[in-house]
Design a binder for this molecule. Structure first.
Ligand code: DAH
Length: 340
């Protein structure tokens, strides 16, 4: 009997050393400690042992059983720990790993330039007025000194909605709306969308303008040049100079076209300035007395200056964009270049 126990113990240790899973551990229990296991067999064999030896023998078997149980429990705990360690390894979070990067949006180049322009004029004390995109003929033309059948209506190809309403062709109608609401001193800036039936590399049926209007006593063309000089220096480059060229707009007299010295070649002549050294950037002038009168402002007391700037034009010049379509296609490869 003792011989059998010794052999079993060896067998048991051998089996234990091979246990590496819960299944093998369960099989170990069954083979040694289970109802039909080796230790139960030993117990059954007690009957064949001489009566006087039975108690001692029983004790030896019980000790062996206790030993086997202890071994089983130790192994069971070890398995538990191994499983826990494996699970921890699997579920571990490495907090030093970089997170998932989400692409950030950016401002559209037209918005960037519009905001920059507003900043420059806000610094000179201008307030913002937001005019309507659907405008009536009266504000868009008539009260701006462009009566019906006036030839200058041909300067802008208008989208008419009916005989009275249209999509504004210019932000200039905002001048009338502001002067109807407020009396001088007036200093407003009115950015917004405008519409014309026109489309090529430099024209889009929808584009953006920024209107400026200053009305007070003793306002002259010099104020216009001073303000626009400061504007182009801040938008393009400190070295840029302005030049006023006589022009015609029905709502200003005199009217001017404002050129800037070419910031590409410094005025020597290049393809950007078409070898003239100058680039046309905007229109403006002294508010026509008829326009002031149309808004109940006495032109013998007050005078004003006005200007209209194309935001696309400034954006294209500033960033060297040669096709206006790029500003409206929303191609991310184009737009990403303006992310700050
Ligand atoms: N509204 C003009 C245009 O769309 C631009 C303009 C010129 C606006 C002269 C003005 C101005 O206020 O005084 O072509």
């Amino acid at each position: 009997m003792e011989e059998r126990i010794r052999a079993l113990r060896e067998q048991m240790e051998q089996r234990l050393s091979q246990v590496d899973s819960k299944e093998k551990l369960a099989a170990f229990w069954q083979d040694f400690l289970g109802k039909k296991g080796s230790i139960a067999d030993l117990m059954k064999g007690l009957g064949a042992v001489a009566k006087e030896d039975r108690p001692a023998m029983g004790k030896v078997i019980n000790e062996f059983k206790a030993f086997a149980e202890k071994q089983y429990e130790a192994m069971s705990e070890k398995m538990e720990q191994m499983e826990m360690a494996a699970r921890n390894r699997l579920e571990a979070v490495d907090i030093t790993l970089p997170g998932t990067k989400r692409p950030l949006g950016g401002l559209h180049p037209l918005s960037i330039v519009r905001d920059e322009m507003i900043n420059v004029f806000a610094g000179m004390g201008f307030e913002i007025f937001d005019g309507p995109e659907i405008e009536d003929d009266d504000h868009n033309f008539t009260r701006l000194n462009v009566p019906k059948d006036h030839p200058s209506r041909d300067m802008q190809d208008t989208f008419y909605l009916d005989s009275e309403w249209l999509l504004r062709t210019q932000t200039s109608g905002g001048q009338i709306r502001v002067m109807d609401m407020e009396k001088p001193p007036i200093k407003v800036l009115s950015p917004g969308r405008v519409f014309r039936s026109d489309s090529d590399a430099t024209h889009s049926p929808m584009f953006h303008q920024m209107e400026g209007l200053v009305v007070d006593r003793n306002i002259t063309l010099c104020d216009l040049q001073g303000m626009l000089d400061k504007f182009v220096k801040q938008i393009f480059d400190d070295s840029v100079r302005t030049r006023l060229r006589p022009s015609y707009f029905p709502f200003t007299e005199p009217s001017v076209e404002v050129d800037v010295s070419c910031f590409e070649c410094g005025g020597k002549g290049c393809s950007l300035c078409k070898h003239t050294g100058w680039i046309e950037v905007l229109g403006g002038g002294v508010v026509h007395p008829h326009v002031l009168e149309n808004c109940g402002i006495d032109p013998s007391v007050y005078s004003g200056i006005a200007f209209g700037i194309g935001i696309e034009r400034i954006t294209m010049l500033k960033y060297g964009i040669n096709n206006i379509g790029l500003l409206f296609e929303n191609d991310l490869r184009f737009l990403k270049q303006f992310r700050e």
